[in-house]
Design a protein around this ligand. Sequence first.
Ligand code: HEM
Length: 479
Amino acid sequence: MLLNLFTTSHASWFLNGRLPRWQGLADYFSLDLKNVRIIWLLFPARLDYSSFSGVCPVIRIRPNQLHFNDPQAFEIIYGSSTNFTKFSPFYNCFHDRQSSFGFADQPLAQDRRDTLSPFFSRQNVVELETIVHRSVDRLTSALNAHSGLEPRPANIYLALSSTALEIVTSFCLGCPFNALDYAEFKHPALLALLSSAGVYFFLQHFPFLIPLAFHIPQWLQTPEMQAVQILFKDIEDRVDTFLASPSSLKDAGHETIFHHLINSKSDRGIPTKRSILDEASAMIATGIDAISNTCSVGIFHVLNNPAIRIRLIKELEEAWPEKSTRVGVETLENYLTWRTAVIKESLRFSHGFVSPLPRVVQEDVVIGKAFVPAGTVVAMGHSFIHNSPEIFPDPLSFNPDRWLAGDKSKALDKFLVAFSKGPRMCLGMNLAWCELYLIFGNLFRKLDMQLYNTTESDFDFKAYLTPVYADYLHILVRN
Ligand code: HEM
């Protein structure tokens, strides 16, 4: 709404030229977000494609920052041949600067990626998939416990977030955090992690508060904050043990990121303790929200659309006749085309990360038709691709069939950018797909779910790093 207001031609007249000249960017259409920063903070806007459409493909939002709405620009900014770097002032607030996610310096980021890629390879994920199965089985049982003669509504968004937290802590860190055991999926640490989305964005605008925010004295901490501290203290103790005695890694049950970091063959040597802890923190930060959002959005649309639901359940029953057995991710992947289409559509609808991810241009370049001088910060939100009517006709309708139209659909795959692209694309993508397959498969094969007091408007979101929905998805589980 706010963006719509400011992107009309009147707004153009009002705002153009008010930003100081900055190395040749003065001619671009300007939207000085600094001037609306307070409003933006109080009411984070939904990034709506229509806000930009028909206005212009590039908008200057700060003296040295451009936002694009052009699929070609997306490829140049994030694609495989980019040498643009992450813009630190945006990422520093997440307090994991020395991690795969947080490194702005590209050689450091690449080095960390080389170290961790074997752990996140498809082969390794398939080998360790029983870890994911264990949590998905626990999720199914916990939801089943809500059924009975008088079923109790379950907050499935919190249930999915608890599952994603369990998986990331057990799979990546080897110290399972049993969030699913908590009543109504309300583990205090989980609630604190979920409610921190807005705090990070606040800190981006007031970076001098970052050290304070991460070192609040214990007597000022809420029980939720203390629960997060306990989680990270456990991780730190584990890292201390491994660093003091690397041979203890072999007693860890299965490989984790710590094995790859502490046994790193990198010329840069073993990462510091700070960097290992930042990496663990980055895993938790990146591994929860996008999973629970994708599943929540998908489950809502399937339950809200009987035709999609019937087709999904029929396909699952045919590929998986005996539901009490475990079916592996490779079977689910190979034989369930409709379900894959449902997941792709859920990823498109939930966008992965929704905040435009800023990159710094290293040398003068032309992006789309725009000349962009070195040092400029450029970005483009995933939603501008996912909601483009030219790429995805009728983009606001949940239509898995769009992914099943032969060659035409294959060509669409490159526009599914929920995991981003190029050198900084999602490192955990194989793990994410494994989680999505097993969660969608098990829930729809084993549970008879229906929506409870949840409508499409509950999926209006605040555009933080990932979308944050206004209310949560509730379901009833029938016997
Ligand atoms: C549906 C699920 C997921 C989606 C849609 C998703 C999406 C993304 C996106 C868009 C980025 C790029 C961020 C940026 O450019 O700043 C990213 C980065 C990352 N993701 Fe994921 N992610 C998902 C799940 C996971 C999981 C389960 C993990 C592992 C626990 C993970 C680990 C990472 C890491 C480490 C990075 C940083 C990579 C880098 O900057 O080089 N993600 N993810």
